[in-house]
Ligand binder design. Sequence first.
Ligand code: HEC
Length: 135
Amino acid sequence: MRSRAGAILILASVFIGGSGCDYKPRNQGKSLYNANCLSCHMDNGEGLEALFPPLANADYVLENADQLACIIRYGVKGELTVNGVKYDGEMAGNQQLSETEVSNIVHYIMVDLNHQESHSGITEIRAQLENCKED
Ligand code: HEC
């Protein structure tokens, strides 16, 4: 009896979760961030010393907001400066992430880690990803 009720509960929550009524891009963005980015950029996007640049309160992120989708999907390498600190490393791309997932991570970075009110929506993210394909 108990397990059956449990199964119904699980089914119900899967249904509710997938229905779109309770859709929170920030929450999905955070869990995607935790799964794909946290190991290097750390828990709250603060980065790790000279190895991994910060994503939180980062001038590079704000100045390159229209590049975030491409960086997430295709990675970035070579010299770059974040908040006055030079990095010269390499980050691999995340081609396994869908456009929606990339968009949710961008949302998390812009809104939660950099306190921006506006950020690219899925249409802009899609256009950005189209444009960085060839590089
Ligand atoms: C294996 C470690 C690693 C992982 C995982 C990783 N990055 Fe990076 N990331 C780097 C490194 C190293 C650089 C600096 C590359 C350079 O010096 O050119 C970087 C640079 C960046 C930059 C540009 C610089 C800055 O700080 O603004 C952004 C944006 C970024 N990463 C976002 C992400 C996001 C989002 C994820 C998850 C989808 C992610 N990274 C996953 C290592 C990583």
